[in-house]
Design a protein around this ligand. Sequence first.
Ligand code: MN3
Length: 198
Amino acid sequence: MVFELKALPYGFDALEPYMDAKTVEIHWGKHHQGYVNKLNVALQGKEELSDRGAVWILENLNEIPDDIRTAVKNNCGGMINHDMFWEILSGEKQECFGKILEKINEDFGSFEDFKKEFTEKSVGFFGSGWCWLVLSDGKLEIITTGDHDSPLSLGKKPLLVIDLWEHAYYLKHQNRRNEFVDNFWKLVNWGRVEELLG
Ligand code: MN3
């Protein structure tokens, strides 16, 4: 199969003023699209792999031939990590609620403790990568991954993610990643995160 760029669930300006329309347009239309394109190039003539889907690929990287494994890992992760990033954002400000809030309180002590740890790990992460809330053996964890590595490759279920590559914030915030992370909290679609928790 040929992978396609998933449509954004909202318009470019839907996340204003916390995430600017120009950043969303370039991030989705150029960066995200670029990973989809490069994944298709890497998997050309390998339908037996692409037909199994992106999740299977990231859960089974050892089954990808050596000569294309790095390109497939980077670009499949680039595609699917961005799919999740867009879908857990929303312009309709929400507080964390329901089952996901209960689980966060259970595993982190309080929402504020969770938010503090996630913020510190996001702001402090060195280089390009992602910070995640994942479910691992029934327990919530905050982890970071470098480049476009996915928690799926570690056997963990991703629920929430922030993109820490400079392209995610440089136009608006330049080097001030902490401002970008602060704004991220105003955009989280907790209803979607709760659905992903299942
Ligand atoms: Mn990105």
